[in-house]
Design a protein around this ligand. Structure first.
Ligand code: NAP
Length: 359
C-alpha cells in the first residue's frame, strides 16, 4: 500500500511523564518515496502495522509510574501498551511478512511509542525490539492481541524445567501469566499443580489443570501451603506470578532442597516506586544468595526480554489448543481510561483488550 504523503499522522495514547495523565495525542511516522516514485512507503527492513487491537499489562502502569520528569527530555510522548494485533499495510524489502498479513506481537522499546495507537512501525533490523508472528488461525483478532507478553512470560518461567511428575505451586494461578503457567504444566504432565487464587477462579483453574487451589485471602498462606506439604510432600518448583514474601519464613519446609523458585514479580508487588525499589533490592539479594549457594534452592527473578524468542512456540500451543486465551473485556479506543482503571484495580479476570479499529 502506498501513502499520499511523506508523513503519516495518527492518534495514540501517550504521556509526558508520571506527573501528567495518559492522553490521546497526535503522532506521526515518517515514510520514504516508493521505488516507483508514485507514493510513499516504509524503508527497507521496516514494517508498518495498522493496529486493530492492543492489550494492557501491569508493566504499562509500572513504566508510567517510573517515568520521572527527566525522562520527558528523551521523549515527551511516551506511548502506552506493548501487546498488539494488526494488519501489515506496508513492508520494506528483507522483511518476513507481506502486505495483508495479520500479525500479533510484543513491542519492547520502553519510553518509546506504544501499541494503543492507530499505527506502529517495526524495525526488523533490530530484533531486540520485537517478537511477532502471523496470527493463529483459531483466534479472533482481539484474542490475538491478548497473549504475547503473558504467554511468552509463562513459557519463559518454565523454560528449562523438567515438568513430568513434578509437584508445583503456582502463586497467582488466576493472573493472566498464571493461567498459561497452569495450562503449560498440565501439557508438561506435572503430577500436582497447586494454585493460589480467589474462590471465583477455582473452577476455571481446575479446568486448566490445577489439582487443588488455596484461597490467597487466608490469614496465613504459609500454613495452608504446609497442609499440602503434609499431604503429598514438598514442592519441586514454586512459580510465582503475583509476588510477595509470605512463604520465605517456612521455605525450607515447603520447597525441596535443590528445587526452583521462579518469580516475575519479586517480594514487593504493587505499582508504587517504593514497591519497585523494594522488589529490586530484596529480589536481587535472594538472586545473589542463590548464586553463591547461601540458600538451598535456585531463586530466579525473571524479566522477559526480546532475546527469548517465544512467538513460534506460543503460536503452536495456541493453534493446537494446548492453551486457551482469557479476555476479561474488550474496551473501545475511546474507553481507554476505563480500561486503564480496570487494569489498575488488579481484579481483571483475564486480559484487558482495547479495540482500535472496527472489524
Ligand atoms: N517480569 C516479567 O517479565 C513479567 C511479565 C509479565 C507480567 N509480570 C508481572 O506479573 C504480574 C501478573 O501480571 P498479569 O498481567 O498476569 O496479572 P493480572 O492478569 O492483572 O492478574 C489479575 C489477577 O491476579 C489475581 N491476584 C490478585 N492478587 C493476588 C494475590 N495476592 N495472590 C494471588 N493472586 C492474586 C486475581 O485473581 P483471583 O482473585 O481471581 O485469583 C486477579 O484477577 C504483574 O505484577 C506483572 O507486572 C512480569
Amino acid at each position: 500500500m502506498l501513502f499520499d504523503s511523506e508523513t503519516l499522522n495518527f492518534k495514540a495514547y501517550a504521556y509526558k511523564d508520571c506527573n501528567h495523565p495518559v492522553e490521546l495525542v497526535d503522532e506521526s511516522i515518517q515514510l520514504v518515496k516508493s521505488e516507483t516514485g508514485e507514493g510513499y512507503t516504509v524503508p527497507p527492513n521496516k514494517i508498518l502495522v495498522k493496529l486493530h487491537y492492543a492489550s494492557l499489562n501491569p508493566v504499562d502502569i509500572k513504566m508510567y509510574r517510573m517515568a520521572f520528569a527527566i525522562t520527558s527530555l528523551i521523549n515527551s510522548k511516551k506511548g502506552i501498551g506493548r501487546d498488539y494485533c494488526g494488519e501489515v499495510v506496508a513492508a520494506g524489502s528483507n522483511t518476513p511478512v507481506k502486505v495483508g498479513d495479520f500479525i500479533s506481537g510484543l513491542y519492547f522499546p520502553l519510553h518509546a511509542k506504544g501499541t494503543v495507537a492507530q499505527y506502529l512501525m517495526l524495525d526488523t533490523k533490530k530484533p531486540d525490539e520485537n517478537v511477532f508472528t502471523t496470527v493463529a488461525k483459531n483466534l479472533t483478532l482481539a484474542e490475538s492481541a491478548s497473549w504475547p507478553l503473558v504467554l511468552g512470560t509463562a513459557i519463559y518461567m518454565l523454560d528449562g524445567l523438567e515438568l513430568p511428575y513434578k509437584k508445583v505451586l503456582v502463586l497467582g494461578g488466576a493472573t493472566s501469566v498464571g493461567r498459561y503457567v497452569v495450562q503449560l504444566l498440565r501439557v508438561g504432565a506435572s503430577k500436582e499443580i497447586v494454585c493460589t487464587c480467589s474462590p471465583r477462579s477455582e473452577n476455571l483453574l481446575k479446568e486448566f489443570g490445577a489439582t487443588s487451589t488455596i484461597d490467597y485471602h487466608t490469614p496465613n498462606l504459609a500454613n495452608s501451603v504446609l497442609e499440602s506439604v503434609k499431604l503429598s510432600g514438598e514442592f519441586d518448583y514454586i512459580i510465582d506470578c503475583t509476588g510477595g514474601s509470605h512463604l520465605f519464613g517456612n521455605i525450607s519446609s515447603i520447597l525441596r532442597k535443590g528445587g526452583t523458585y521462579n518469580t516475575v514479580v519479586g517480594d514487593c508487588p504493587g505499582y508504587s516506586v517504593m514497591n519497585l525499589v523494594c522488589t529490586f533490592v530484596k529480589s536481587m539479594t535472594r538472586v545473589i544468595a542463590s548464586k553463591v549457594g547461601l540458600i538451598p534452592y535456585s531463586y530466579n527473578f525473571m524479566l522477559i526480554n526480546s532475546g527469548f524468542k517465544f512467538a513460534d512456540q506460543a503460536k503452536k500451543y495456541l493453534q493446537n489448543e494446548d492453551v486457551k486465551v482469557n479476555v476479561d473485556h474488550v474496551f473501545k479506543f475511546e474507553e481507554f481510561k476505563e480500561a486503564l482503571n480496570k487494569l489498575e484495580s488488579g481484579n481483571a479476570s483475564g486480559k484487558i483488550v482495547i479495540q482500535i479499529k472496527e472489524d
